[in-house]
Design a protein around this ligand. Structure first.
Ligand code: FES
Ligand SMILES: [Fe+2]
Length: 437
């Protein structure tokens, strides 16, 4: 594959104007209901990993808002998606384990059964349903969602008629396929309940304007002035990593945080860089990766030099952030709460491009309700404390922001040019919500 990822094309920061944003969109039950009816049910949503259901009969559950979905691989090898609801009295059809294997769907309440292709198999005591006799059988098959596959994920859309997954993704496959995400392994997946609207979570990761205040240590090893691009409903920002912030860091000396980052995350001895500048470290990361590109399973050959060192941060509309690095992704998915606009579910998804033959990841997907929990207490992988610290700092703001958005004293949200992607997300939400306003 050639190094085909398109070069950076910085977007006009005034593309969506500079008007303040009304905070009620984060707090209003009506707005939440419109997001559900006009947006969540229309977009393609990122669900589980395809590798979770390799064999016929394998299923995996996934929740979004008020809905639970079951994805199952059929006898014909096709992956299908159904609302996880029994057509008798509405019981959840699959209960308990999020992953498993089954021969048919059997409801635990009265025993109605469905084939794994979603067609009705059997009704218990059918003679007691006279209304179904003489050809008066209603449609009792399971309700379906459209299903697609990209980058190793199952994608699903509740709208049976809208754009295809490829149309929805736009430029994303062209940008991201060189990273070979389909070959990456999900090595940890945890869900945290947050006391904020899903958009507060998304906003928190959609800009790097906050780096110098919230993550001051990062000015030594990341450049907060990101290049921002809008690509239809999706967007990305590109942060130089393994170098100091040009505006707010010390660009002449390697500080202790960059030295730690070098030693523990990059495998570079900082002592060997005495007298060199932070920018030299970034170039060294690129040089080292390029030197081994013919001898590694990692997709270095597909990538430009800056992609070997930098964080390409994508927002896949509406609710996925991928920090895409050459060998890994720190991904976040922001799921709306079933009923409360002041709450959300934050999925932390860690993917590594593992060597061929590496053992399967051993993690347990759990939902953590303790708001004060430290990530290091819940993750099944050893995430470096530097990264955990940054993520904990991000998490520390969201409840306070949501409380402020509810305040009568708050006058509205003013966003600067570094927050263009925050504004873009709201503009794209409005685009969906405005469909029939
Ligand atoms: S609710 Fe499922 S069989 Fe009755
Ligand atoms: Fe942050």
């Amino acid at each position: 594959m050639s190094r085909k990822t398109p070069a950076v094309q910085i977007t006009d920061p005034g593309l969506f104007g500079y008007d303040p944003i009304d905070p009620s969109r984060y707090t209003s039950p009506d707005f939440m209901a419109r997001e559900w009816s006009h947006m969540w049910t229309k977009v393609w949503n990122m669900g589980p990993r395809i590798v979770d259901i390799p064999e016929p009969g394998d299923y995996v559950l996934h929740e979004l808002g008020k809905e639970s979905f079951v994805f199952v691989r059929g006898e014909d090898g096709e992956v299908r998606g159904f609302y996880n609801v029994c057509q008798h009295r509405g019981n959840r059809l699959c209960l308990g384990s999020e992953l498993g294997s089954l021969k048919d769907f059997t409801c635990s309440f009265h025993g109605w059964k469905w084939h794994i292709d979603g067609s009705l198999k059997a009704i218990h005591d059918p003679h007691t349903f006279p209304q179904f006799e003489n050809g008066r059988m209603p449609d009792l098959d399971l309700s379906t969602v459209r299903v697609g596959e990209w980058a190793g994920w199952i994608w699903f859309c509740m709208d049976l008629n809208g754009p295809s997954l490829q149309e929805f993704l736009g430029v994303l496959p062209e940008h991201l396929d060189p990273y070979e995400i389909q070959n990456m392994t999900l090595v940890d997946y945890k869900t945290y309940e947050w006391d904020c609207n899903w958009k507060v979570g998304c906003d928190a990761f959609n800009e790097s304007y906050h780096f110098t205040t919230l993550h001051p240590q990062m000015t030594e090893w990341a450049d907060d002035f990101a290049e921002i691009e809008i690509h239809g409903i999706h967007s990305r920002m590109i942060q130089e990593y393994a170098t100091a912030s040009k505006a707010h860091g010390d660009t002449e000396k390697i500080g202790p945080n960059l030295a730690y980052y070098m030693r523990n995350l990059l495998g570079i001895d900082p002592d060997a860089f005495a007298g060199k500048r932070p920018a030299d470290v970034r170039l060294e990361v690129q040089r080292r990766a390029r030197a081994v590109e013919n001898d590694t399973h990692l997709p270095y050959k597909n990538l430009r030099d800056d992609q070997l060192s930098d964080d390409y941060h994508y927002t896949i509309f509406p609710n996925v952030s991928f920090n895409v690095m050459a060998a890994s992704i720190n991904g976040f998915r922001y799921r709306p709460h079933p009923t409360d606009p002041n709450k959300m579910l934050y999925d932390l998804l860690v993917l590594f491009n593992m060597p061929p033959g590496a053992p399967a990841a051993d993690y347990e997907h759990r939902t953590i309700t303790d708001r004060n929990v430290h990530y290091s207490k819940t993750l099944d992988i050893d995430m470096d404390p530097t990264i955990v610290e940054v993520l904990m700092q991000d998490k520390s703001t969201v409840g306070g922001v949501q409380a402020g958005l509810r305040s009568d004293g708050y006058k509205g949200m003013h966003l600067g040019t570094q927050e263009l992607r925050v504004r873009h997300l709201h503009a794209m939400v409005d685009k969906y919500l405005g469909a029939d306003l």
